[in-house]
Write a new protein. Structure first.
Length: 231
C-alpha cells in the first residue's frame, strides 16, 4: 500500500519514523505500519500526483490519502473521520473509492471515532469562509474538502488500482479560515514567515487562528488514534 500525506505532521500519525521538521524529497519514501510505503507530498494537486507516481514507481499496488480536511457538512465536528465513497474534482469528475477496503477501515476505526462516509471534494484552493463552504456543500453534496485526494484517485484509476481516502475534519463548516493561514499555505507547505506577516497585517485573525489551532489538535489526536488501523 502507498500512502500520500500532504504534511509531515499528518504522516507522523502513522508512525514515528518521519522526520520532525521539513518535507523530505519524494525519493525518500518511508516504510510505516505493516508494509505501507509513505510519501509526504506537500499541499496541492500537483504535489499529490507526483507523490502518487513515486509510490507506484516504488511498487505500490494500492493508494491511500491520509490527513486532514475542511468540513462542508454542518453536522460534522472537528475530529470526525471521513471515509468517502466517492471523490469529486472541482471539474465535477467522480472517482469511486474501493468499497471492500473502505468498509474494512470503517469497521476498524468506527469504534474509535465518529465516521462519515459522505463524498469528498478536492479543490485547488482552500474553501475558507462559511458561506463558500455552504455553497460547495449545496452544489456538490460533498461533506468535506481537501486539496489532494481526487488527484491521487485519478492516478489510481488510470492504473486500475484500489484507492481510498482517510481524512479527519479540522475546520468545521462554520469556521472562517484566517486569510493569513490560507495565504501562507499556497506554495506547497505552511510558511511561518508569511503566516506571521499576514497576522501582523490582520490582527483580527488571531482569534480565528487560536480557534483553528484548537481544531487542529483535536484532528491530530483523531489521526493518531486511527493511524494504526489503516490496513
Amino acid at each position: 500500500m502507498g500512502v500520500v500525506a500532504a504534511l509531515a505532521a499528518e504522516a507522523r500519525a502513522l508512525g514515528p519514523s518521519m522526520p520532525r521538521a521539513g518535507i523530505p524529497p519524494l525519493s525518500e519514501l518511508a516504510w510505516v505500519g505493516d508494509g505501507a510505503l509513505l510519501a509526504v507530498s506537500g499541499i496541492g494537486l500537483e504535489a499529490a500526483q507526483s507523490a502518487a507516481r513515486a509510490l507506484l514507481d516504488a511498487g505500490a499496488s494500492a493508494l491511500m490519502t491520509f490527513g486532514m480536511a475542511g468540513g462542508l457538512d454542518p453536522t460534522l465536528k472537528a475530529g470526525t473521520v471521513v471515509l468517502p465513497r466517492e471523490l469529486i474534482s472541482e471539474a465535477g469528475t467522480h472517482w469511486l473509492a474501493s468499497s471492500p477496503w473502505r468498509e474494512r477501515v470503517a469497521a476498524e476505526v468506527s469504534p474509535l471515532r465518529a465516521v462519515s462516509e459522505g463524498n469528498l471534494l478536492t479543490v485547488a484552493r482552500a474553501i475558507d469562509s462559511p458561506a463558500d463552504k455552504a455553497a460547495a456543500f449545496l452544489e456538490t453534496g460533498a461533506v468535506a474538502a481537501d486539496m489532494e485526494s481526487a488527484a491521487v484517485a485519478e492516478i489510481a484509476g488510470r492504473h486500475q488500482l484500489p484507492f481510498i481516502a482517510v481524512r479527519v475534519i479540522v475546520d468545521t463548516a462554520a469556521d472562517q479560515l484566517p486569510r493569513a493561514v490560507v495565504n501562507a499555505s499556497r506554495a506547497g507547505k505552511v510558511h511561518i514567515g508569511r503566516l506571521a506577516a499576514g497576522l501582523a497585517a490582520a490582527p483580527g485573525d488571531i482569534a480565528a487562528l487560536f480557534r483553528l489551532a484548537q481544531r487542529y489538535r483535536i484532528a491530530l489526536h483523531s489521526l493518531k488514534a486511527i493511524g494504526s488501523h489503516l490496513s
